[in-house]
Design a protein around this ligand. Structure first.
Ligand SMILES: *Cc1c(COP(=O)(O)O)cnc(C)c1O
Length: 523
């Protein structure tokens, strides 16, 4: 109690100082010990070098006239410069290892270090995808074992491991669906997608050549089954449903939905990005699903964010199993091998999604996570994730307006009614949270809710962390109600950069360093 009281008043004093004192802008951009970092090209000098190499022997023209004629434009840096440069850059990053990251729909949970240890074993880390199969039997066994776990957890008989992320998995699933329909001479053209879906769902369907139609949500944030039944027809190739959906709600009518879809000849794609809420509790096969991707980088704790590596395996029903893409691992008395060619396959694979077999490092981490938790542990993951989200929902409901009544699954959704009349927007509110030391929740998604704030705490956060977060949100809500609009619009204040122009960042991104053309530009 005392500690939090102290924390509050100190923060307030600092803020008042920053807000009223222009000298808070330092001369060279440093803030405390957070140093402003220029680009390596701006720090470097062509005549500096980080290593001492002996002069090459002067024995004639050993390069056969191929010696470089001019500098290639790399910055010359000393070793301490390089070390500081990359250390400082790393400190500008905010990640799950730095603090709470309640970004809804992303499952930002702790990545156990055991998994990192396993992924770095030379037998897994130092392989080349073109090595002879006889030298990578262990790695192939690992891939096969991972497939077995995924089949067991989903109840589905086939798995494609090569997709590189969730969206790539969707593409894989929809391509299999299209192949299955084509194989039966069926030219259905429409894919139905509920209003609350992640943007990748309609994008995937469109990429596969389908026309996308939206299915409305009911007042409770779930698919309107009557509207779906009404729309279902012989032109519908598939339904793409997320369960639990992006409002953090379980689609209770999913079995009925699957029956209507199948009776009408359609196939059922499930976006399994939210598998963390049901892993070990529900088998997607029992819900009538034909294809579902799983984000290993969400549910199975392999690191993600910042565009880093992911993995989006897809599990398939009996109906789609023959169309699973190449390559896949099989095993017999002689050991493990990759089926690489269509004429070697048992079914009629629709093709190939990647040059090689997929993300080996992610496979190793995910299997390590599964085996260290076991089936019971994975069930507890889902239960604790749902418990944590409901704790946040219950504690914040008096302050922040919940979008829908009742309990939630792994994430809780609020709307911006609590900000009505304050002049503070969802965006302002999220930016102010950064100054409190928390990564913001997901904003303005899903689109079905006005000014949405979607929070996913995951099971790896403690009650103490959630309580601090609640306290920060409550104190900000109080400031909003008190009319401190300028305070919100000026946030964040304690970051190396203040509020960015989001439109310019998206429309006119500066992605390449260019030599300044004039002295003025350089300054
Ligand atoms: C994360 C997510 C995706 C996309 O997954 P990526 O791995 O980022 O491509 C798709 N649908 C939902 C619901 C998601 O949360």
């Amino acid at each position: 109690m005392d500690r939090s009281q102290g924390r509050k008043s100190r923060t307030e004093t600092e803020l008042d100082a920053v807000m009223t004192d222009d000298s808070a802008e330092t001369a060279i951009g440093h803030r405390g010990l957070q140093l402003e970092e220029t680009l390596s090209f701006e720090q470097g000098s062509p005549d500096r070098c980080g290593v001492d190499l002996p002069d090459p022997p002067k024995t004639g023209n050993r390069l056969g006239g191929l010696a470089r004629k001019e500098a290639i434009g790399l910055p010359g840096l000393s070793e301490p410069q390089v070390v500081r440069h990359f250390t400082r850059l790393s400190q500008k990053n905010y990640g799950i290892d730095s603090g709470f990251y309640p970004l809804g729909s992303c499952t930002m949970k702790h990545n156990p270090r055991l998994n990192e240890r396993m992924a770095r074993l030379p037998g897994f880390a130092d392989l080349h995808p073109l090595q002879p199969e006889s030298t990578v039997q262990g790695a192939l066994e690992l891939i096969d074992t991972l497939a077995h776990w995924l089949k067991t957890l989903t109840g589905l008989p086939a798995v494609a491991l090569s997709p590189a992320a969730g969206a790539h998995g969707e593409l894989c699933g929809m391509m299999a669906i299209r192949a299955a329909l084509e194989a039966r001479g069926d030219s259905r053209e429409v894919v139905l997608v509920p209003e609350s879906a992640h943007g990748t769902n309609p994008a995937t369907a469109a990429m596969c050549g389908y026309r996308v139609e939206t299915i409305a949500a009911d007042d409770g944030g779930r698919v309107d089954v009557a509207a779906f039944r009404e729309r279902m027809g012989p032109d519908v190739a598939a339904l793409m449903l997320t369960n639990p959906n992006t409002c953090g709600l379980f689609e209770r009518d999913i079995i009925e939905i699957a029956e209507i879809l199948h009776a009408g000849g359609g196939l059922f794609y499930c976006d399994g990005a939210n598998f963390n809420a049901i892993v070990g509790r529900v088998r997607p096969a029992d819900l009538g699903i034909d294809a579902m991707h799983i984000n290993l980088h969400k549910t199975f704790s392999t690191p993600h964010g910042g565009g880093g590596p992911g993995a989006g395996p897809v599990a398939f029903s009996e109906a789609l199993a023959p169309f699973v893409p190449l390559p896949y691992v099989v095993h017999d008395r002689d050991g493990y091998r990759l089926v690489e060619h269509a004429d070697d396959a048992s079914g009629t694979p629709f093709g190939r999604l990647k040059a090689f077999h997929g993300q080996m490092g992610m496979f190793t981490r995910a299997l390590s996570y599964m085996m260290s938790h076991g089936a019971d542990g994975l069930r507890q993951v889902a239960e604790d994730a749902v418990l944590n989200a409901n704790y946040l929902l219950a504690r914040l409901s008096p302050t922040v307006t919940p979008a829908f009544p009742g309990t939630c699954m792994h994430e809780c959704l609020f709307d911006d009614r609590f900000l009505k009349g304050t002049g503070v927007s969802t965006l302002d509110f999220a930016k102010a949270l950064i100054d409190e030391g928390f990564h913001p929740m997901t904003m303005y998604f899903p689109l079905v809710v006005h000014g949405a704030l979607l929070m996913e705490p995951t099971e790896t956060e403690s009650k103490a962390t959630l309580d601090l977060f609640v306290e920060a949100v409550e104190s900000l809500a109080e400031r909003a109600r008190a009319g401190e609009v300028a305070y919100f619009q000026g946030a964040p204040r304690f970051t190396p950069r203040g509020r960015l122009d989001e439109t310019a960042a998206a429309r006119r991104p500066v992605l390449r360093w260019k030599e300044p053309e004039s002295a003025e530009e350089a300054a």
